[in-house]
Design a protein around this ligand. Sequence first.
Ligand SMILES: C[S@@+](CC[C@H](N)C(=O)[O-])C[C@H]1O[C@@H](n2cnc3c(N)ncnc32)[C@H](O)[C@@H]1O
Length: 163
Amino acid sequence: MSLYDRLFARVYDRSMAGSEEAGPTEKRVALLAAATGRVLELGAGTGLNVVHYPPAVRELVLTEPDEPMLRRLAPRVAASRPRASTICAPAEQLPFEAGSFDTVVSTLTPIWRRIGRGCHPNRATAAAIEAAGLELDDLQRGRFPQAPRFVEPLAMGAAVKPG
Ligand SMILES: C[S@@+](CC[C@H](N)C(=O)[O-])C[C@H]1O[C@@H](n2cnc3c(N)ncnc32)[C@H](O)[C@@H]1O
């Protein structure tokens, strides 16, 4: 674990605060309103989504591969959603059977690989989701407020299995 990893985790909430109040928190609430049943969140970070999950969520499992982020996620989960569980795992190596969740959530994960702790802001996220065989429902595009230009593009929606 590098000094950068620890620093990224330490400043994450503070660096997001201005942007969050200018709109993204509202988008988190709107997106998570559709979450239901057994829910898996990928790359949960420090847990900014945790307080916004609706009552229809029966079980919540939060995964995060980065230990410094996970150390900030765990107390937030314990304080606001004590029955949820946290797991240290990347999205590519999940310790679950396929099809064992009703909803999968991931927010703000496509951030630039080098500065964003392994994420890719320069990836065509919607195209990658469609290429994986999922359909995008209600895709909305926008800009992340008060953010550096290279992390501004925002895509929000639900990816569903066809049929
Ligand atoms: C910009 S933060 C977003 C955190 C949180 N989802 C949010 O909305 O505030 C990106 C997160 O993705 C995580 N991440 C990076 N690579 C990942 C991977 N391969 N699988 C799952 N999460 C990953 C990082 O550790 C980091 O916590």
